[in-house]
Design a binder for this molecule. Structure first.
Ligand code: ADP
Ligand code: MG
Ligand code: MG
Length: 873
């Protein structure tokens, strides 16, 4: 087996298409090396090796050790140096990298291969003893932290005391002798913490480091990150071993990160930060404040020009905005990493549209690759109502790290954020800086505020990825995590106080600022038309009111897939009539009450039809059990009794009669229409009369009447004949006809199984996947909260099936129902309504199952449109 792929020195065994095997970092290192970019030579150990080692309790596969050594020989030849040879030493980094980038999840070790002899070799070779010992102490620090798990603060403490002893302020001010002594102190810490000596055999260091990267795949925070982001199906992480280049060899050296376009706004301009005389992690760690990349143009114009040449080339090559790491070693530029850059929703749209206009990608590739459903969701996020109205309340301004407005109560730890969120509180997580251990709390927060760190700090990167508003590096405030307060010197904010943050401007605002819904840009609609061109799946909305319907249309819905009618029975003057109907003693009395409800219903339906201007509208007949309309508290029952002029006792008795042991499985859906045909009659009449009223020659209304909760064909036949009779009567009375269709919801497993015979009578199907999930699993929607989170956490289920369609089980019901129905009626219209209609993975499933449309809440319509386009392969 080939476990190792080499790159550099004119060689590239892998390519960018091998991310699953080589990880993103490794695949792109090979790719860059293949197209001739200056990448330090190295090799990648495959994710399959990681998988093997994890599965075999840490044992390496047979050939791996030989291949690792052969890989080092490749690097030695390329660099003309020898690993572990004090005369002419080679140092390497060991870097993790899975198929998907997981910011900060797995750590890298730099400067590997140093020991007491080699460090002298480096000093001689570079003529810089200080540099050599600085590299050495960094190795012990990183190795101690990443490989053997020593608390980094121990090393931090040692260097701080050293600076105090020497009376200096910065690390840079420590000289070679200081650092030599610091190395001894670090080694002592290592020995004390682990009971072992720091390994001075470079090969042993390498082996340990590789094992640590393998091990990090299953560490707690990596597992948690994958869980939160529903990342499954990866083999493991790859390990990259690569020759070191040094950004810390003086003022002609440096290191930085840049994006080919602005990841917050999308502006087409190199964007990034760098530090002179610094190594790798320094930029991200927020120890020194990095300089804007524009400064590099001033300080090293040739390097800047070369960098720009490479970044432009990479963007063109990948057809996507890139996030690039680079290092300059004594005037020589090296590229250390490239990947598709994470970006905000607004940036994603702007980049997609501009890259198409610049001819860098096609419309369909832009739809497929440059915007994620989550980006669209971000655009639909609220903003502050009055962006200029809170000037006096601004506590401070930090970096606009991830745009959007967030309002919440202040908490100071990730655990608190999770806990408060579980209680239903909106929180803003306030920290000096965040680290990978905080991701759970960051996910639970509405917004994130840090007092330290740059645009590429952990908080900023993670927040942008999720679309969570974030203000980073706000040094106007001082955070005291122990006391759970922060202050700007004038105002002190306590835990639980309300603040607002503006991730687009970096402002931190005292109190609760009102939010408004966003407006969508012209670029956004242009992009969405490309998505619409690509998709074949229809997208409708679930809407019950004309207002919802108009919102849905604005978001691009092609019709209403589910209009629930139950809310039409609430409201002051209606509920009384409804209650009278339910409690009536005779059918006649019941009919009287229903007749009084008819005009209201007709008006409601007319409003929906008008709003939808001739587009399809599917109306579901009354679904919930009748007792949901009756009062359960004693006082209200008295009021009702008075209104109905009935003794209270009698009212209570009747309400009692309507009570059910298990209402979800009780007298509801078409079962109501079967026993109380007059309800179906009234609703059918209201729908058809409204359709006739609203129809014009240009825009005829063609209502779709949907019978809920059918399990047998006989039930459907019963309801259909009631509706058809009403239709005939209405058309006769009005002397005018409309085309209407009668279909059913498939939400009971029996109906899915018997879909063939039901399709003989039904004009359309709509899968009600909420009930169908409940009935297929036998999970009560109202009670599953007690155990579902545990199921997901313990991997008994991959996800909450009420959020993401269970494609295997419930999905099989959907495909059985669809196939059996279409066998009888090839053109049978089939859709789904239910929460799943707006979930991208479920949308893909619906596309693959050949449904005609999905229907979801208005706000999710644009997300479903994009997901439907991306489902087309
Ligand atoms: P991450 O995935 O956390 O970004 P990386 O493997 O990219 O981790 O490494 C962390 C830092 O170390 C980066 O800034 C990277 O550029 C730097 N680095 C890694 N390998 C080398 C190397 N061989 N020479 C110089 N710098 C390196
Ligand atoms: Mg890292
Ligand atoms: Mg990196």
């Amino acid at each position: 087996t080939t476990w190792v792929y080499r790159f550099g020195n004119g060689r590239s065994d892998g390519s960018k298409d091998q991310k699953a095997l080589l990880g993103g970092k490794g695949a792109n290192l090979s790719e860059m090396s293949g197209i001739g970019l200056p990448v330090p030579p190295g090799y990648t150990i495959t994710t399959e090796a990681c998988e093997y080692v994890v599965e075999h309790d840490g044992t390496w596969p047979d050939e791996l050790d030989d291949q690792v050594r052969a890989g080092i020989r490749h690097v030695e030849e390329a660099m003309g140096r020898t690993f572990g040879d004090p005369e002419n030493p080679l140092l390497v980094s060991v870097r993790s990298g899975a198929a998907l980038s997981m910011p900060g999840m797995m750590d890298s070790v730099l400067n590997l291969g140093l020991n007491d002899q080699v460090v002298e070799g480096i000093a001689r070779q570079t003529g810089n003893e200080r540099f050599a010992y600085d590299a050495y102490r960094r190795l012990i620090d990183m190795f101690g932290d990443v490989v053997v798990g020593i608390d980094r603060e121990k090393f931090e403490h040692a260097i701080t005391s050293m600076k105090e002893e020497r009376g200096v302020e910065n690390d840079i001010d420590l000289n070679a002798n200081d650092l030599r002594e610091l190395v001894d102190r670090y080694k002592a810490i290592y020995r004390k913490e682990t009971g072992r000596m720091f390994p001075d055999d470079p090969w042993q260091q390498l082996r340990f480091a590789i094992d640590a990267v393998f091990g990090s795949w299953t560490n707690e925070r990596a597992v948690k990150y994958r869980e939160i982001n529903s990342i499954t199906g990866l083999k493991g992480t790859a390990v990259n071993v690569q020759a070191m280049v040094y950004g810390n060899m003086g003022e002609d050296s440096g290191t930085g990160v840049c994006f080919t376009r602005n990841p917050a706004t999308g502006e087409n301009k190199l964007y990034g930060e760098f530090l002179l005389n610094a190594q790798g992690e320094d930029v991200v760690a927020g120890i020194r404040t990095p300089k804007d990349i524009k400064e590099l143009d001033r300080l090293m114009p040739e390097i800047y020009a070369e960098l720009q040449e490479h970044t432009t080339r990479l963007e063109r090559h990948y057809g996507n905005m890139q996030d690039i790491e680079f290092t300059v070693q004594q005037g020589e530029l090296f590229i250390l990493q490239t990947r598709d850059g994470k970006r905000t929703g607004p940036a994603a749209i702007r980049i997609a549209v501009e890259m198409v206009d610049e001819g860098l990608t096609s419309e369909s590739d832009a739809v497929r690759d440059l915007v994620e459903p989550g980006h669209v969701e971000q655009l639909l996020h609220p903003r502050f109502k009055n962006e200029n109205g809170y000037a006096e309340k601004v506590l401070g301004t930090g970096l606009p790290a991830s745009p959007g407005a967030a309002v919440g109560r202040v908490v100071f730890t990730a655990d608190d954020a999770e806990e408060w969120n579980q209680r239903g509180e909106s929180v803003i997580l306030v920290r000096v800086e965040t680290s990978p251990e905080d991701v759970g709390g960051m996910d639970a927060a509405e917004g994130i505020l840090t007092s330290r760190g740059g645009m590429t700090s952990h908080a900023a990167v993670v927040a942008r990825g999720w679309g969570t508003p974030c203000v980073a590096g706000c040094d106007d405030i001082v955070v005291n995590a122990q006391r759970k307060t922060f202050t700007n010197g004038e105002v002190t904010v306590q835990e639980g106080d309300w603040i607002s943050i503006n991730g687009s401007t970096g402002e931190v605002i005292l109190g609760k600022q009102p939010l408004v819904d966003p407006e969508l840009s012209g670029e956004f609609s242009r992009f969405m038309t490309w998505a619409d061109d690509l998709r074949t799946l229809g997208v409708r909305a679930n809407a019950d009111t004309p207002e919802d319907a108009r919102q849905a249309l604005e978001f691009g819905a092609e019709g209403i897939g589910l209009a629930r009618t139950e809310h039409m029975f609430f409201g002051d003057d209606r509920i009384a009539k409804m209650q009278r109907m339910i409690l009536a003693d005779s059918e006649e009395e019941r009919r009287d009450a229903l007749e009084a409800l008819l005009p209201f219903q007709r008006e409601d339906f007319a409003g929906l039809f008008q709003a939808m201007k001739g587009r399809p509208v599917t109306i579901r007949l009354l679904d919930p059990p009748l007792h949901e309309f009756l009062p359960h508290d004693a006082e209200e029952q008295e009021v009702l009794a008075e209104r109905l002029e009935m003794p209270v006792r009698r009212v209570r008795e009747k309400i009692e009669q309507h009570a059910e042991m298990n209402p979800m499985l009780g007298h509801r859906g078409c079962r109501l229409g079967v026993t109380h045909a007059e309800i179906t009659e009234m609703q059918a009449r209201a729908i058809l009369e409204a359709a006739i009223d609203v129809s014009t020659d240009d825009a005829p209304v063609r209502p779709e009447i949907m019978v809920p909760l059918v399990s047998t064909k006989a039930e459907f036949d019963h309801q259909r004949s009631v509706i058809d009779e009403v239709a005939a009567a209405v058309f006769e009375e009005r002397g005018k006809e409309v085309q209407y269709r009668v279909g059913t919801m498939i939400e009971i497993p029996r109906a899915a199984l018997r879909a063939g015979e039901i399709a003989e009578a039904a004009d359309f199907f709509s899968f009600g996947t909420n009930d169908l999930t409940q009935m297929t699993f036998g999970f009560s929607r109202d009670d599953a909260g007690r155990f579902l989170p545990y199921y997901v956490q313990e991997n008994l289920l991959p996800a909450d099936p009420f959020q993401t369609l269970d494609q295997e089980g419930v999905g099989e019901m959907v495909s059985i129902g669809t196939n059996r129905g279409r066998k009888v009626k090839p053109k049978l219209q089939v859709g789904i309504c239910g929460e799943h209609g707006g979930d991208p993975a479920s949308v893909k499933f619906c596309h693959d199952t050949d449904l005609d449309y999905v229907s979801c809440s208005p706000f999710r319509v644009p997300i479903a449109r994009l997901a439907a386009a991306q489902a087309v392969t």
